[in-house]
Design a protein around this ligand. Structure first.
Ligand code: FAD
Ligand code: SIN
Length: 523
């Protein structure tokens, strides 16, 4: 099948839905999403969305904290844009129907997380992402200009390459004409031609064994843009959340929000002693890179599998009121957080890098935009400040939509694009070939490209990844397409980019820490 739309949105998390709602005011929008609409990392977000709301907080303080966390690599212009527009974008979410917690005086009850100097995180108990996702979905479902294709899997962006024009270098002359998608009803590949395409496919946590990310986070958008020869940057900066619940049988790992530490919970070692004073004066609320590395170090010294988070000194009623989901989850595993330690361990959580975009969310390919976790706007630099990603998504989806609306009258469809060629392909019946390769990939990345790296570990990772790459490409080239195989291929692409970018960073900065380099480069 072949269809034409003004705006094509790949992904139904906060970034995709926000863009869709705004673009739909001026044209027809089609959202393609590979599972059910709410199967997104957005739905999992707990802590909240950062924004400057009241004094004594100021834009300057939020800007300072963001740049401080980013360890010298934030783009200050982008930081200023994001934080300067934060309050307007929050007002819009509230107008769409999102409910954030208020105190008894009617003011928003703001939380504090690691690296924030003020209370500035708006939340909906410990289910902020779910509240935002549900609100946006309700608006999208009502909009007459938006069509949603659930369970449609985007395979590849369509560019000049598909016209038979050989594009050999990473050039600014590329144009995106839409996307090839796998139609679940026919099992055929459809061609969706679009004037404007937004990639909003989220992160890639599943390239690691332990991740807080849902199974949809397989780096598809980043890999698609990379294959289309768009620029990808900062992939070495993978954020590990310090406190995922230690429960090895469960994937994804259940998050214990940093807001719980902001509320007073304290990290302790296996003996029940505090240890963060050895690493940072901000103790359990130091920025994530520092806390995750501290825990990693404590675990290496003790040989234990987890450290503890202690909430026993906090009031049980407050814990139940503010963190009902965490309370219930832990209780279901026999842990009463008002009486027992919570076992926690770091897990891959967020990709600071991704598709390079400018201040209007434009990728380096014409008529292509990216927003949300798959994008690299320059906001996070080498380390993201907690709760800045939901904010980044609404700010840049807004900016991208306004820019794309202006461009729309100047863009034509490219009808010369051929349909997908599936000749000579056979069904891959051996799922084991895919699942085992995925496990191997996750083991390679967790062992060699985790919180602490070295040149030798990165080289080892690359050598082993090369074999997986060759085997997977061979399988892909002869098989009938399946989302699982395509996801594996994308994860291998994303892992390759993490390793390659890590290998060229000959310093320790933000989330990238190597045993071979003790110094940062001055800038
Ligand atoms: P997602 O919400 O992940 O959406 C991606 C969408 O793309 C999905 O609909 C998916 O199905 C679709 N997709 C992917 N590939 C394809 C394909 N090939 N074809 C079609 N569709 C595709 N950030 C904060 O700021 N505050 C928090 O409190 C917070 N807490 C978090 C807690 C957890 C447990 C996790 C995992 C993350 C948290 N984050 C938080 C990070 C934040 O949730 C994400 O960065 C953000 O939600 C990403 O939104 P997104 O729209 O970019 O992507
Ligand atoms: C959390 O709630 O700890 C996660 C916040 C984030 O990742 O921004």
């Amino acid at each position: 099948m072949r269809t034409h739309v003004d705006f094509l949105v790949i992904g139904s998390g906060i970034a995709g839905l926000t863009f869709a709602l705004k673009a739909a005011e001026k044209g027809k929008v089609c959202i393609v999403t590979k599972k059910k609409m709410d199967d997104t990392a957005t739905s999992y977000a707990q802590g909240g969305i950062a924004a400057v709301m009241y004094t004594p907080d100021t834009f300057e303080k939020h800007i300072f904290d963001t740049i401080q966390a980013g360890d010298g690599l934030c783009d200050e212009n982008i930081v200023r844009i994001t934080i300067g527009e934060s309050t307007d974008r929050i007002a819009e979410l509230i107008a769409w129907g999102a409910n954030f917690d208020k105190d008894e005086t009617g003011h928003y009850d703001l939380a504090k997380e690691g690296g924030h100097s003020e209370y500035r995180v708006l939340r909906h108990k410990d289910s902020t992402g779910r509240e935002i996702e549900d609100t946006l979905i309700e608006q999208v479902r009502r909009h007459p200009n938006i069509e949603v294709l659930e369970n449609y899997y985007a395979i590849d962006l369509i560019t000049q390459h598909h016209l038979g024009i050989h594009v050999s270098i990473r050039t600014t002359d590329l144009t995106c004409y839409g996307v090839y998608v796998l139609n679940p009803k026919t099992s055929m590949v459809d061609t969706i031609l679009a004037k404007v395409t937004l990639v909003a496919t989220g992160g890639a946590g599943n390239i690691y064994s332990n991740t807080t990310n849902p199974t949809i986070s397989t780096g598809d958008g980043i890999a698609m843009v990379y294959r289309a020869k768009g620029v990808i940057e900062n992939m070495e900066f993978v954020q590990f959340h310090p406190t995922a619940l230690f429960h090895p049988q469960e994937r994804p790992s259940f998050l214990i929000t940093e807001a719980l530490r902001g509320f007073g919970a304290v990290l302790k070692d296996y003996r029940g002693n505090e240890f963060m004073h050895k690493y940072d004066e901000r103790l359990s609320l130091a920025p994530r890179d520092i806390v995750a590395r501290a825990i990693d170090n404590e675990l290496k010294i003790s040989g234990e599998d987890f450290v503890h988070l202690d909430c026993r000194h906090l009031k049980k009623e407050d814990l139940i009121r503010q963190f009902p989901r965490i309370y219930a989850k832990c209780l279901s595993l026999g842990i009463d957080i008002s009486r027992d330690f919570i076992p926690v361990v770091p897990a891959a959580h967020y990709f600071c890098g991704g598709i390079k975009t400018d201040e209007y969310g434009r990728a380096t390919i014409r008529n292509l935009y990216a927003s949300g976790e798959c994008a690299c706007t320059g906001l996070h630099g080498a380390n993201r400040l907690a709760s800045n990603s939901l904010l980044e998504s609404v700010v840049f989806s807004h900016r991208a939509s306004q820019h794309a609306i202006e461009q729309l009258p100047l863009i034509d469809f490219c009808n010369a694009i051929p349909d997908w060629n599936a000749e000579g392909m056979v069904l891959t019946e051996e799922m084991i070939l895919i699942t085992q390769s995925q496990k191997e990939l996750q083991a390679i990345m967790s062992s060699y490209v985790g919180i602490v790296r070295s040149d030798l570990r990165l080289q080892r990772a690359l050598d082993r990844l090369n074999l997986l790459y060759e085997e997977t490409e061979a399988l892909y080239n002869k098989s009938i397409l399946s989302p699982r195989l395509s996801e594996l291929r994308n994860m291998i692409n994303a892992a390759y980019l993490v390793i390659k970018h890590a290998a060229v960073r000959k310093e320790n900065r933000g989330l990238h820490y190597s045993l071979d380099y003790s110094q940062k480069t001055e800038r």
